[in-house]
Design a protein around this ligand. Structure first.
Ligand SMILES: [Zn+2]
Length: 409
Protein backbone atom coordinates (compact mmCIF):
# COMPACT_ATOMS: atom_id res chain seq x y z
CA UNK A 1 0.00 0.00 0.00
CA UNK A 2 1.04 3.56 -0.64
CA UNK A 3 0.57 6.96 0.97
CA UNK A 4 0.51 10.65 0.12
CA UNK A 5 1.25 13.34 2.69
CA UNK A 6 -0.04 16.80 1.82
CA UNK A 7 1.65 19.61 3.74
CA UNK A 8 -0.20 22.92 3.47
CA UNK A 9 2.40 25.39 4.67
CA UNK A 10 1.41 27.51 7.67
CA UNK A 11 -2.04 25.86 7.68
CA UNK A 12 -2.80 26.25 11.39
CA UNK A 13 -4.53 29.49 12.33
CA UNK A 14 -6.54 31.21 15.02
CA UNK A 15 -10.10 32.52 15.05
CA UNK A 16 -10.19 35.65 12.89
CA UNK A 17 -12.33 38.72 13.57
CA UNK A 18 -12.82 39.24 9.82
CA UNK A 19 -14.11 35.67 9.41
CA UNK A 20 -16.79 35.93 12.10
CA UNK A 21 -14.43 34.44 14.63
CA UNK A 22 -13.76 31.36 12.56
CA UNK A 23 -10.35 30.12 11.47
CA UNK A 24 -9.66 30.26 7.69
CA UNK A 25 -9.92 26.46 7.62
CA UNK A 26 -13.34 26.64 9.31
CA UNK A 27 -14.47 29.40 6.97
CA UNK A 28 -13.23 27.71 3.79
CA UNK A 29 -15.59 25.64 1.68
CA UNK A 30 -13.62 22.40 1.66
CA UNK A 31 -16.04 19.50 1.19
CA UNK A 32 -13.34 17.02 0.18
CA UNK A 33 -11.13 17.63 3.24
CA UNK A 34 -14.24 17.49 5.44
CA UNK A 35 -15.24 14.17 3.88
CA UNK A 36 -11.76 12.73 4.47
CA UNK A 37 -11.93 13.94 8.07
CA UNK A 38 -15.38 12.37 8.51
CA UNK A 39 -14.27 9.01 7.10
CA UNK A 40 -10.77 9.04 8.56
CA UNK A 41 -8.98 9.92 11.73
CA UNK A 42 -8.02 13.39 12.94
CA UNK A 43 -5.96 15.11 15.59
CA UNK A 44 -3.57 17.91 16.41
CA UNK A 45 0.19 18.00 15.90
CA UNK A 46 2.69 19.95 17.95
CA UNK A 47 5.06 19.97 15.02
CA UNK A 48 8.30 20.53 16.95
CA UNK A 49 7.16 21.00 20.58
CA UNK A 50 3.96 22.30 22.26
CA UNK A 51 3.83 26.08 22.04
CA UNK A 52 7.15 26.43 20.24
CA UNK A 53 6.91 28.52 17.03
CA UNK A 54 8.95 26.68 14.41
CA UNK A 55 10.23 27.43 10.93
CA UNK A 56 9.38 25.50 7.79
CA UNK A 57 12.81 23.84 7.90
CA UNK A 58 12.51 22.37 11.40
CA UNK A 59 8.81 21.69 10.76
CA UNK A 60 9.46 19.54 7.70
CA UNK A 61 12.32 17.69 9.40
CA UNK A 62 9.97 16.84 12.26
CA UNK A 63 7.08 15.78 10.01
CA UNK A 64 9.43 13.40 8.21
CA UNK A 65 10.43 11.90 11.55
CA UNK A 66 13.79 13.61 12.11
CA UNK A 67 14.06 15.28 15.51
CA UNK A 68 15.11 18.86 14.68
CA UNK A 69 16.76 19.26 18.09
CA UNK A 70 19.13 16.49 17.07
CA UNK A 71 19.64 17.14 13.35
CA UNK A 72 19.12 20.82 12.62
CA UNK A 73 22.10 23.19 12.36
CA UNK A 74 20.69 25.86 10.01
CA UNK A 75 18.52 26.39 6.94
CA UNK A 76 21.37 27.06 4.49
CA UNK A 77 22.25 23.47 3.58
CA UNK A 78 18.62 22.57 2.77
CA UNK A 79 18.28 25.61 0.50
CA UNK A 80 21.52 24.59 -1.23
CA UNK A 81 20.41 20.99 -1.71
CA UNK A 82 17.02 22.16 -2.98
CA UNK A 83 18.78 24.40 -5.50
CA UNK A 84 20.44 21.31 -6.90
CA UNK A 85 23.89 21.79 -5.34
CA UNK A 86 25.82 18.90 -3.87
CA UNK A 87 27.31 19.41 -0.42
CA UNK A 88 30.10 17.62 1.40
CA UNK A 89 29.92 16.94 5.14
CA UNK A 90 32.30 19.79 5.95
CA UNK A 91 30.76 22.50 3.72
CA UNK A 92 29.10 25.43 5.43
CA UNK A 93 26.04 26.66 3.51
CA UNK A 94 24.07 29.91 3.82
CA UNK A 95 20.92 31.24 2.24
CA UNK A 96 21.30 34.73 0.86
CA UNK A 97 19.58 37.74 -0.67
CA UNK A 98 20.84 40.31 -3.09
CA UNK A 99 20.32 43.61 -1.25
CA UNK A 100 20.85 47.33 -1.63
CA UNK A 101 23.37 48.73 0.84
CA UNK A 102 24.39 52.42 1.03
CA UNK A 103 28.04 53.61 0.99
CA UNK A 104 28.01 53.87 4.80
CA UNK A 105 26.57 50.35 5.23
CA UNK A 106 22.85 51.04 5.75
CA UNK A 107 20.58 48.34 4.33
CA UNK A 108 18.25 50.35 2.07
CA UNK A 109 16.38 47.37 0.62
CA UNK A 110 17.06 43.81 1.74
CA UNK A 111 15.62 42.44 -1.51
CA UNK A 112 17.20 45.01 -3.88
CA UNK A 113 13.75 46.14 -5.03
CA UNK A 114 12.78 42.51 -5.64
CA UNK A 115 15.24 42.39 -8.52
CA UNK A 116 14.21 40.02 -11.32
CA UNK A 117 15.53 36.48 -11.70
CA UNK A 118 17.06 37.46 -15.04
CA UNK A 119 19.06 40.42 -13.70
CA UNK A 120 20.11 38.40 -10.64
CA UNK A 121 21.33 35.58 -12.85
CA UNK A 122 23.54 37.96 -14.86
CA UNK A 123 24.96 39.46 -11.66
CA UNK A 124 25.64 36.00 -10.22
CA UNK A 125 27.57 35.06 -13.35
CA UNK A 126 29.97 37.92 -12.61
CA UNK A 127 30.84 36.42 -9.23
CA UNK A 128 33.35 33.63 -9.76
CA UNK A 129 34.19 31.02 -7.13
CA UNK A 130 36.83 32.68 -4.95
CA UNK A 131 39.59 31.34 -2.74
CA UNK A 132 40.60 32.78 0.61
CA UNK A 133 43.25 31.00 2.70
CA UNK A 134 42.53 27.63 1.10
CA UNK A 135 38.73 27.98 1.40
CA UNK A 136 36.62 28.04 -1.74
CA UNK A 137 33.50 30.21 -1.66
CA UNK A 138 30.78 29.61 -4.23
CA UNK A 139 27.65 31.68 -4.85
CA UNK A 140 24.65 30.30 -6.73
CA UNK A 141 21.61 32.33 -7.66
CA UNK A 142 18.24 30.55 -7.24
CA UNK A 143 15.11 32.66 -7.86
CA UNK A 144 14.42 36.40 -7.85
CA UNK A 145 16.72 38.09 -5.31
CA UNK A 146 17.63 34.80 -3.59
CA UNK A 147 20.65 32.55 -3.68
CA UNK A 148 22.88 30.23 -1.68
CA UNK A 149 26.51 30.50 -0.64
CA UNK A 150 28.82 27.61 0.10
CA UNK A 151 32.14 27.74 1.96
CA UNK A 152 34.25 24.69 1.22
CA UNK A 153 37.52 23.72 2.89
CA UNK A 154 39.13 22.60 6.14
CA UNK A 155 38.76 24.30 9.49
CA UNK A 156 35.33 25.90 8.97
CA UNK A 157 32.37 26.18 11.32
CA UNK A 158 28.67 26.90 10.81
CA UNK A 159 28.63 28.86 14.07
CA UNK A 160 28.60 32.26 12.38
CA UNK A 161 25.93 34.93 12.76
CA UNK A 162 23.63 36.38 10.11
CA UNK A 163 24.72 39.35 8.01
CA UNK A 164 21.09 40.06 7.13
CA UNK A 165 19.68 42.49 9.75
CA UNK A 166 16.13 41.52 8.64
CA UNK A 167 14.77 45.05 8.77
CA UNK A 168 14.93 48.19 6.66
CA UNK A 169 17.24 51.12 7.32
CA UNK A 170 19.53 49.27 9.67
CA UNK A 171 23.23 48.71 9.19
CA UNK A 172 24.44 45.60 7.45
CA UNK A 173 25.89 43.28 10.11
CA UNK A 174 29.34 41.77 10.11
CA UNK A 175 29.46 37.98 10.37
CA UNK A 176 30.48 37.11 13.93
CA UNK A 177 31.65 33.82 15.45
CA UNK A 178 28.92 32.32 17.64
CA UNK A 179 31.33 30.33 19.77
CA UNK A 180 34.92 30.62 20.96
CA UNK A 181 36.41 28.24 18.39
CA UNK A 182 39.17 29.29 16.00
CA UNK A 183 37.09 27.67 13.21
CA UNK A 184 34.10 29.96 13.81
CA UNK A 185 36.39 32.97 14.04
CA UNK A 186 38.13 32.06 10.79
CA UNK A 187 34.87 31.35 8.97
CA UNK A 188 33.47 34.76 9.96
CA UNK A 189 36.64 36.54 8.83
CA UNK A 190 36.83 34.80 5.46
CA UNK A 191 33.15 35.42 4.83
CA UNK A 192 33.61 39.13 5.53
CA UNK A 193 36.52 39.29 3.04
CA UNK A 194 34.36 37.56 0.44
CA UNK A 195 31.41 39.91 0.98
CA UNK A 196 33.63 42.97 0.55
CA UNK A 197 35.10 41.56 -2.63
CA UNK A 198 31.72 40.71 -4.15
CA UNK A 199 30.47 44.16 -3.19
CA UNK A 200 33.15 45.72 -5.41
CA UNK A 201 32.16 43.46 -8.32
CA UNK A 202 28.45 44.16 -7.89
CA UNK A 203 28.70 47.92 -7.35
CA UNK A 204 30.10 48.62 -10.83
CA UNK A 205 28.34 45.89 -12.75
CA UNK A 206 26.46 47.14 -15.86
CA UNK A 207 23.20 45.64 -14.56
CA UNK A 208 23.45 47.78 -11.43
CA UNK A 209 24.63 50.90 -13.28
CA UNK A 210 21.56 50.59 -15.46
CA UNK A 211 19.30 50.05 -12.45
CA UNK A 212 20.67 53.21 -10.83
CA UNK A 213 20.12 55.15 -14.07
CA UNK A 214 16.51 53.99 -14.05
CA UNK A 215 16.04 54.96 -10.41
CA UNK A 216 15.99 51.34 -9.20
CA UNK A 217 17.91 50.11 -6.15
CA UNK A 218 21.13 48.31 -7.19
CA UNK A 219 21.78 44.75 -5.99
CA UNK A 220 25.17 45.61 -4.55
CA UNK A 221 25.47 43.33 -1.52
CA UNK A 222 24.95 39.69 -0.59
CA UNK A 223 23.22 39.28 2.78
CA UNK A 224 23.86 35.86 4.28
CA UNK A 225 21.91 34.01 6.97
CA UNK A 226 20.99 30.51 8.15
CA UNK A 227 24.53 29.07 8.23
CA UNK A 228 24.43 25.32 8.60
CA UNK A 229 25.98 21.98 7.82
CA UNK A 230 24.40 19.10 6.02
CA UNK A 231 23.06 16.65 8.61
CA UNK A 232 23.93 13.06 7.86
CA UNK A 233 20.32 11.87 8.11
CA UNK A 234 19.47 8.17 8.15
CA UNK A 235 17.50 7.69 4.94
CA UNK A 236 13.71 7.75 4.93
CA UNK A 237 13.73 4.28 3.41
CA UNK A 238 15.90 3.00 6.29
CA UNK A 239 13.56 4.56 8.85
CA UNK A 240 10.21 3.62 7.39
CA UNK A 241 10.84 1.07 4.63
CA UNK A 242 9.30 3.44 2.09
CA UNK A 243 10.75 4.75 -1.16
CA UNK A 244 9.75 8.39 -1.44
CA UNK A 245 9.43 11.40 -3.72
CA UNK A 246 8.62 15.07 -3.11
CA UNK A 247 6.54 17.44 -5.23
CA UNK A 248 7.23 21.03 -4.17
CA UNK A 249 7.97 24.45 -5.61
CA UNK A 250 10.27 25.95 -2.98
CA UNK A 251 13.93 24.93 -2.70
CA UNK A 252 13.78 24.41 1.07
CA UNK A 253 11.22 21.59 0.87
CA UNK A 254 13.04 19.85 -1.94
CA UNK A 255 16.26 20.23 0.06
CA UNK A 256 14.95 18.71 3.30
CA UNK A 257 13.51 15.78 1.36
CA UNK A 258 16.69 15.35 -0.67
CA UNK A 259 18.68 15.18 2.59
CA UNK A 260 16.38 12.29 3.58
CA UNK A 261 16.96 10.46 0.28
CA UNK A 262 13.76 11.41 -1.57
CA UNK A 263 13.52 11.72 -5.34
CA UNK A 264 12.91 15.38 -6.12
CA UNK A 265 10.29 15.69 -8.86
CA UNK A 266 10.56 18.91 -10.84
CA UNK A 267 7.18 20.18 -11.98
CA UNK A 268 6.56 22.83 -14.59
CA UNK A 269 4.78 25.81 -13.06
CA UNK A 270 5.46 24.72 -9.46
CA UNK A 271 6.74 28.08 -8.22
CA UNK A 272 6.24 27.98 -4.47
CA UNK A 273 4.03 31.07 -4.79
CA UNK A 274 0.27 31.76 -4.79
CA UNK A 275 0.34 31.46 -8.60
CA UNK A 276 1.72 27.94 -8.54
CA UNK A 277 0.25 25.38 -10.93
CA UNK A 278 -1.69 23.17 -8.50
CA UNK A 279 -3.02 20.91 -11.26
CA UNK A 280 0.48 20.12 -12.54
CA UNK A 281 1.63 19.37 -9.01
CA UNK A 282 -1.34 17.05 -8.40
CA UNK A 283 -0.64 15.24 -11.67
CA UNK A 284 3.02 14.85 -10.65
CA UNK A 285 1.92 13.23 -7.37
CA UNK A 286 -0.18 10.67 -9.27
CA UNK A 287 2.74 9.91 -11.61
CA UNK A 288 5.36 9.75 -8.85
CA UNK A 289 3.29 7.37 -6.75
CA UNK A 290 3.57 4.83 -9.57
CA UNK A 291 7.32 4.70 -8.91
CA UNK A 292 7.32 5.21 -5.13
CA UNK A 293 5.53 4.11 -1.95
CA UNK A 294 5.22 7.60 -0.55
CA UNK A 295 4.91 11.10 -1.98
CA UNK A 296 5.03 14.39 -0.09
CA UNK A 297 3.09 17.21 -1.74
CA UNK A 298 3.99 20.65 -0.42
CA UNK A 299 1.89 23.75 -1.09
CA UNK A 300 3.25 27.09 0.06
CA UNK A 301 0.41 29.50 -0.75
CA UNK A 302 -1.48 29.04 2.55
CA UNK A 303 1.56 30.34 4.43
CA UNK A 304 2.26 33.21 2.03
CA UNK A 305 -1.31 34.52 2.43
CA UNK A 306 -1.00 34.18 6.22
CA UNK A 307 2.19 36.27 6.21
CA UNK A 308 0.37 38.82 4.02
CA UNK A 309 -2.39 38.92 6.72
CA UNK A 310 -5.12 37.85 4.32
CA UNK A 311 -7.32 35.32 6.19
CA UNK A 312 -10.08 35.57 3.58
CA UNK A 313 -7.67 34.83 0.73
CA UNK A 314 -6.23 31.96 2.74
CA UNK A 315 -9.72 30.47 3.07
CA UNK A 316 -10.24 30.93 -0.68
CA UNK A 317 -6.90 29.22 -1.39
CA UNK A 318 -7.94 26.29 0.82
CA UNK A 319 -11.13 26.01 -1.26
CA UNK A 320 -9.05 25.80 -4.46
CA UNK A 321 -6.66 23.27 -2.95
CA UNK A 322 -9.60 21.17 -1.77
CA UNK A 323 -10.93 20.84 -5.31
CA UNK A 324 -7.50 19.94 -6.72
CA UNK A 325 -6.87 17.34 -4.01
CA UNK A 326 -10.23 15.72 -4.69
CA UNK A 327 -9.36 15.30 -8.36
CA UNK A 328 -5.91 14.02 -7.45
CA UNK A 329 -7.26 11.48 -4.99
CA UNK A 330 -9.68 10.07 -7.58
CA UNK A 331 -6.69 9.32 -9.82
CA UNK A 332 -4.77 7.40 -7.13
CA UNK A 333 -5.05 3.64 -6.53
CA UNK A 334 -8.12 3.10 -4.29
CA UNK A 335 -6.11 1.74 -1.35
CA UNK A 336 -3.87 4.82 -1.14
CA UNK A 337 -3.68 6.44 2.28
CA UNK A 338 -3.72 10.22 2.39
CA UNK A 339 -2.69 12.50 5.23
CA UNK A 340 -3.14 16.28 5.31
CA UNK A 341 -1.53 18.67 7.76
CA UNK A 342 0.65 21.79 8.09
CA UNK A 343 4.26 22.38 9.06
CA UNK A 344 3.37 25.10 11.62
CA UNK A 345 0.66 27.60 12.44
CA UNK A 346 0.81 31.04 10.84
CA UNK A 347 -2.14 32.99 12.32
CA UNK A 348 -3.20 35.24 9.47
CA UNK A 349 -4.22 38.21 11.60
CA UNK A 350 -0.69 38.24 13.07
CA UNK A 351 1.22 37.43 9.90
CA UNK A 352 3.90 35.34 11.58
CA UNK A 353 4.56 31.84 12.87
CA UNK A 354 3.15 30.83 16.25
CA UNK A 355 3.47 27.70 18.34
CA UNK A 356 -0.19 26.57 18.11
CA UNK A 357 -0.65 22.94 17.04
CA UNK A 358 -1.76 22.13 13.48
CA UNK A 359 -4.73 19.95 12.50
CA UNK A 360 -4.05 16.59 10.85
CA UNK A 361 -6.23 14.02 9.10
CA UNK A 362 -5.38 10.55 7.88
CA UNK A 363 -7.71 8.62 5.63
CA UNK A 364 -7.33 5.21 4.01
CA UNK A 365 -8.75 1.69 4.04
CA UNK A 366 -6.79 0.71 7.16
CA UNK A 367 -7.71 3.77 9.21
CA UNK A 368 -10.02 3.15 12.17
CA UNK A 369 -11.80 6.52 12.13
CA UNK A 370 -13.33 8.74 14.77
CA UNK A 371 -16.38 10.97 15.31
CA UNK A 372 -14.94 14.15 13.84
CA UNK A 373 -16.80 15.46 10.76
CA UNK A 374 -14.81 18.53 9.71
CA UNK A 375 -11.18 19.31 8.98
CA UNK A 376 -10.28 22.34 11.06
CA UNK A 377 -8.28 23.27 14.14
CA UNK A 378 -11.22 23.11 16.54
CA UNK A 379 -12.93 19.91 15.26
CA UNK A 380 -9.66 17.98 15.01
CA UNK A 381 -8.96 18.65 18.71
CA UNK A 382 -11.59 15.93 19.38
CA UNK A 383 -10.07 13.40 16.98
CA UNK A 384 -8.78 9.87 17.49
CA UNK A 385 -5.15 10.69 16.82
CA UNK A 386 -5.24 12.98 19.83
CA UNK A 387 -2.34 15.36 20.18
CA UNK A 388 1.01 14.13 18.90
CA UNK A 389 4.44 15.48 18.05
CA UNK A 390 5.51 15.98 14.44
CA UNK A 391 8.08 13.19 14.72
CA UNK A 392 5.26 10.67 15.44
CA UNK A 393 3.32 11.29 12.22
CA UNK A 394 5.36 9.17 9.80
CA UNK A 395 5.34 6.16 12.14
CA UNK A 396 1.53 6.31 12.17
CA UNK A 397 1.35 6.57 8.37
CA UNK A 398 3.97 3.83 7.82
CA UNK A 399 1.99 1.58 10.19
CA UNK A 400 -1.19 2.00 8.14
CA UNK A 401 0.57 1.09 4.90
CA UNK A 402 2.11 -1.95 6.59
CA UNK A 403 5.71 -0.85 6.10
CA UNK A 404 7.01 -1.12 9.68
CA UNK A 405 8.90 -4.01 11.20
CA UNK A 406 8.00 -5.40 14.59
CA UNK A 407 9.73 -3.74 17.54
CA UNK A 408 10.57 -6.60 19.92
CA UNK A 409 9.25 -10.07 19.15
ZN1 LIG B 1 6.29 26.64 6.63
Amino acid sequence: MKAVLVVLDGLGDRRCRSLNWMTPLQAARSPFLDRLAAMGETGLIDVVAPGLPNGSDTGHLALLGYDPFKWYTGRGPFEALGAGLTLTDTDVAFRCNFATVSADGAVLDRRAGRISSEESRVLAEAIPPMHFDGVEIIFKHTVEHRGVLIMRGDGLSHKVSNVDPHGRETKVLKPKPLDESTEANRTAQLLQQYLEKTRQILENHPVNLKRKQNGLPPANYILTRGAGRLPNLPSFREKYGLSAAVVAGGALYKGVCRAAGFEVVNVEGATGTVNTNLNNKAAAVVESLKRHDFVLLHIKATDTLSHDKKPRDKAEMIRKIDAVLEKMYESLPPDTHIAVTGDHSTPSEIGDHRGDPVPVLIYGPQVRGDDVKYFDEISCAKGGIGRIRGTDLMTIIANYVGALELFGE
